[in-house]
Design a binder for this molecule. Sequence first.
Ligand SMILES: *Cc1c(COP(=O)(O)O)cnc(C)c1O
Length: 391
Amino acid sequence: MIPSILPTYTRAPLSFVKGEGSWLIEADGRRFLDLGAGIAVNALGHAHPALVKALTEQAEALWHVSNLYRIPQQEALADKLVEATFADTVFFTNSGTESCELAVKMARKYWYDKGQPARTDIITFSGSFHGRSSAGIAAVGSEKMTKGFGPLLPGFKHLEWRDLDGLKAAIDDQTAAVLLEPIQGEGGIRPLPDAELKAIRALCDEAGCLLILDEVQCGMGRTGRLFAHEWAGIVPDIMMVAKGIGGGFPLGAVLATEEAASGMTAGTHGSTYGGNPLGCAVGCAVMDEINTPAFLDAVNRKAGMLQQKLEGLIAAHPEVFEEVRGTGFMLGLKCKAPNTDVVAAGYDNLLITVPAGDNVIRLLPPLTLSEEEIAEALIRLDAVACQIESA
Ligand SMILES: *Cc1c(COP(=O)(O)O)cnc(C)c1O
């Protein structure tokens, strides 16, 4: 008999009832150190006082009005994002997938309004993840994600990750945009070197096509900069955001330049919930916490410490781990043992990590992870490795 919850997930036999900072408390009372943060969502950990305050105060005042009216919390958050980034304008969504939908629509509408309606292709790369909607799965195009769900939305061209020669050859007068994650998340923490992101920006400029960055996972301070592309010193035309921006409240956004957004006039897009007062009140609190030099400096310092200790872990357990990769607190440990075994051994040792493609386990802790918690994480990861070795 089918369970009452559609069985699209293979779930761990864990059920958490409370969160405190970097810790998750299971129904049986066990305390797990959370290096997953709900897949890079709880950027400020669990039950951060500033977020609890923002949410409860807003909940007592007003939950929802729809986008038929002005929403002050939404305007405040948009102003903060515009102030802090390349963007001139923001549309709020409830998820990364919805941000992908708008990014694709925005790029196509841009060229349509420019009198180049044939310019509809979006170029994407293997190992990417852009969500599970019809556009999201067509964008990725992998058999795993698309099998049985055809006909797929047309207009996506798929290249191998980091194939810059292929990209140069593929961009033509039908190309609307190039879409990529500066660091692939689901694909296994596969970073694009800064020089290559710069080169892709230059290719887009030469061909006059738009660059869409998917910073749903790597954005919002995760890499030690507010957004990961800042490391490469380039800017996109359109950027997808979600996950960390709500700190656990469902919130996403599409950021764009005035030029790239020029086709999106009144009536061309909408969302009933997107940018609602609750989400945006929390989003403002998240931005205020994360977007300060002191906070981002601390992320870089602590993440450097964690990366260094992980190098030691790999050296001590070469049969279990192969390498560490990523930037800031967006780290992947490439495993020699099956990554799902390593994640499961983590549960035995009261440690939460997240599996990804390419046999990687992801470490995506709250950005507020303390030095003591980093030390504790290493003790637990060492115990995990010993358990795998003795199995
Ligand atoms: C998680 C993720 C998405 C999809 O976000 P949802 O909120 O699950 O819809 C899209 N792109 C990237 C890079 C992601 O990590």
